[in-house]
Design a protein around this ligand. Structure first.
Ligand code: COA
Ligand code: AMP
Length: 631
């Protein structure tokens, strides 16, 4: 069947479409219905029961494929490669799950996972799924405060962490970060499980911290516990407009059905294939396409502890693809830009046999046509941009390689996937004509696998996603559709920025900056960056009478953002200004400042209070190198 037929089949009978898709999953009780009009925005397969770990691991072993490779861990940072078969993975996960259960972790309890890119991170996720515990993975590049905020929101019974993470040339000391976060949080976990890595052995706190191996000794391995279709599989926090992240909830059944569908129809991956998503378990890509998606279909997944460049060079991706026989590869455009910067002529590409590679998938930020063209030319395979969000868990729009490769239009993530009725709306909520820019919204209900609500924050869920355009989910992205139905994603409509494919909140950074005693007022904007897509830039107004030198305040706020949000915020530049441009009603004109920093033409906002301030901003930005600093 071609894409159009599949999309029409879904539209004509969504129930039938999703019940058919559900047959890819092994249920304890199969769903009789797909959609349930319940919960804040509808739920999927609520009448079914099953277990995600069974589907991702045990059933492949039961089918006689226990010796197939489930996980390849390739760490150019430590110079090691390790492979785990499905049978080994099953043993390890059952043992860990048994140990968690023996310590009182039960169905519905939350478990925070704070781990680097090692197979044990996936094992921890799957062990939770095995016993119905709800995992919440926190990205290793966040600081202790961000971890503390998540501990207080998720209220975990246990935290599973590693002693350290490894960044090129730097050991990330996870344990002190964890200890600080637990000190700061009001909620305290019952216990922590620490995986000691050989690069750093952390001091354990008696009575609270347990050794990963020691606490599993002698326990009875746990079997898979069936859970209801609408049982939360996990909570994943993502940046919103404020410093309080949003806890995106994922229900078990829809998650399994949607991911299995996407593996086959979008990525063209099935049992025995090797799939590699070069992301991190702390992001949604890691949840969907390093852990669950590939394992659900019996494929081999790769856990990569390295960077696109510098570990050891810009040939790492190509070495990995050749060595492990990767069929579909998924990364962020930033990573390809970084590789291209170091190896513009693709000399590394030619040193490796990439004949097994079928396609390169890009997501996480806008894929610029120039980067796509370079990658196509170097790799000789389709380069497929696809668009999605933490909230949706899988692609809203893509070019469905497993169905048919539609003509690629560079700059567009192609067409909506079944389940997504994507509309471009004007401010009043009316659909606009093709080619006209508007807010991108999805007609409710959202498909299986997307968020049914926010963790403990139903009101916020309504306000953030459902209230602006009644009957729709508001994506927070703006763009347009062309005459052929291809989508173009142009910008965010909120205070979220995308730095190296990492989603960050300028509002959260502003909260940190405002806490500096010398800062009276501030704004953080996302400015164009040739490598990372966007970079945060701070503008600070100091309090009257402050004697601290502006450079000192700037250095201090840079350090504060790193300490409180984390190195991943990549907040490196700020400048001091006398005043910030505002509308007459007092709203800071961030978009206008972005245009000045990016060297783009802009229209003088009609509501501006004092146009002269824009000249001052232009001078201040020039002092820190903008617009030239774009790269
Ligand atoms: N744990 C601890 N620190 C981390 C981290 C982690 N898991 N991931 C990143 N950091 C740190 C980095 O060490 C860096 O710290 P520094 O300021 O001390 O150098 C900082 O966070 C910024 O990291 P990053 O944005 O990754 O920039 P970089 O300069 O280290 O590398 C690229 C640049 C382009 C190579 C890198 O951004 C990259 O690989 N991008 C692809 C991103 C991606 O796959 N995103 C997933 C979306 S699908
Ligand atoms: P995250 O939740 O971290 O996956 O970030 C989601 C946001 O990243 C989206 O709302 C978009 O703003 C942006 N994004 C992701 N993929 C794409 C893409 N293919 N093209 C343009 N923007 C994208």
């Amino acid at each position: 069947m071609a894409y159009r037929e599949i999309y029409s089949a879904w539209k004509a009978d969504p129930e039938r479409f999703w019940l058919e898709a559900a047959s890819a999953i092994d249920w304890t009780k199969a769903p009789e219905r797909a959609y349930f009009d319940q919960g804040p925005a509808g739920e999927w397969f609520a009448d079914a029961t099953g277990n995600a770990c069974w589907n991702a691991v045990d059933r492949h072993v039961a089918a006689g494929h226990g010796d197939r490779v489930a996980i390849i861990h390739d760490s150019p940072i430590t110079g090691t490669i390790r492979k785990l078969s499905y049978a080994e993975l099953q043993d390890r996960v059952a043992s860990l799950a048994g140990a968690l259960r023996a310590r009182g972790v039960a169905k519905g309890d939350r478990v925070i996972i704070y781990m680097p890119m090692i197979p044990e991170a996936l094992e921890a996720m799957l062990a939770c799924a095995r016993i119905g515990a709800v995992h919440s993975v926190v990205f290793g590049g966040f600081a202790a405060h961000e971890l503390a905020v998540r501990i207080d929101d998720a209220k975990p019974r246990a935290i599973i962490a590693a002693s350290c993470g490894l960044e090129p040339g730097r050991v990330v000391h996870y344990k002190p970060l964890l200890d600080r976060a637990i000190d700061e949080a009001a909620h305290k976990p019952d216990f922590c499980v620490i995986l000691q890595r050989e690069q750093e052995v952390a001091a354990l706190i008696p009575g609270r911290d347990l050794d990963w191996h020691g606490f599993q000794a002698g326990v009875t391995p746990a079997d898979c516990e069936p859970v209801e279709g609408n049982h939360p599989a996990y909570v994943l926090y993502t940046s919103g407009t404020t410093g309080q992240p949003k806890g995106v909830v994922r229900h078990t059944a829809g998650h399994m059905v949607a991911l299995a569908w996407s593996m086959r129809h979008i990525y063209d991956i099935g049992a025995g294939d090797v799939f590699w998503a070069a992301s991190d378990v702390g992001w949604v890509v890691g949840h969907s396409y390093i852990c669950y998606g590939p394992l659900l279909v019996g494929a081999t997944t790769i856990v990569f502890e390295g960077k696109p460049v510098g570990t050891p060079d810009a040939g790492t991706f190509w070495r990995m693809i050749a060595e492990h026989g990767v069929k579909s590869f998924f990364t962020a455009p930033t990573a390809i830009r970084a590789v291209r910067r170091d190896d513009p002529e693709g000399e590394h590409v030619r040193r490796h046999d990439l004949t097994g590679l079928r396609a390169l998938f890009l997501a996480g930020e806008r894929a610029d046509p120039d980067t796509i063209t370079w990658a196509e030319r170097q790799l000789g395979v389709p380069v497929i941009d696809h668009w999605w969000q933490t909230e949706t868990g899988w692609a809203i729009a893509a070019n469905p390689l497993g169905v048919e490769l539609l003509p690629v239009k560079k700059g567009s993530p192609s067409v909506p996937m079944p389940g997504y009725d994507v509309q471009v709306l004007d401010e009043a909520g009316h659909p606009v004509a093709p080619g006209t820019l508007g807010a991108i919204a999805i007609k409710l209900p959202l498909p299986p696998g997307t968020l049914p609500t926010l963790w403990n924050a139903e009101d916020r869920f309504h306000k953030a996603y459902l209230s602006h355009f009644p009957g729709y989910y508001e994506t927070g992205d703006a763009g347009y559709v062309d005459e052929d139905g291809y989508l173009y994603i142009m910008a965010r409509t909120d205070d979220v920025i995308n730095v190296a494919g990492h989603r960050l909140s300028t509002g959260a950074m502003e909260e940190v900056l405002s806490a500096h005693p010398a800062v009276a007022e501030c704004a953080v904007i996302g400015v164009a960056d040739a490598l990372k897509g966007q970079a945060p830039l701070g503008l600070l107004c100091l309090k009257k009478g402050v004697e601290t030198a502006p450079e000192t305040v700037v250095a201090e706020v840079v350090r504060m953002v790193r300490d409180q949000i984390g190195p991943v915020a990549a907040f490196k530049t700020a400048c001091v200004v006398d005043r910030l441009p505002k509308t007459r009603s007092g709203k800071i004109l961030r978009a206008t400042m972005c245009k000045i920093a990016d060297g783009e033409a802009f229209k003088m906002p009609a509501t501006i209070d004092d146009p002269a301030i824009l000249d001052e901003i232009t001078v201040a930005l020039a002092r820190v190198g903008y617009p030239e600093a774009r790269g």
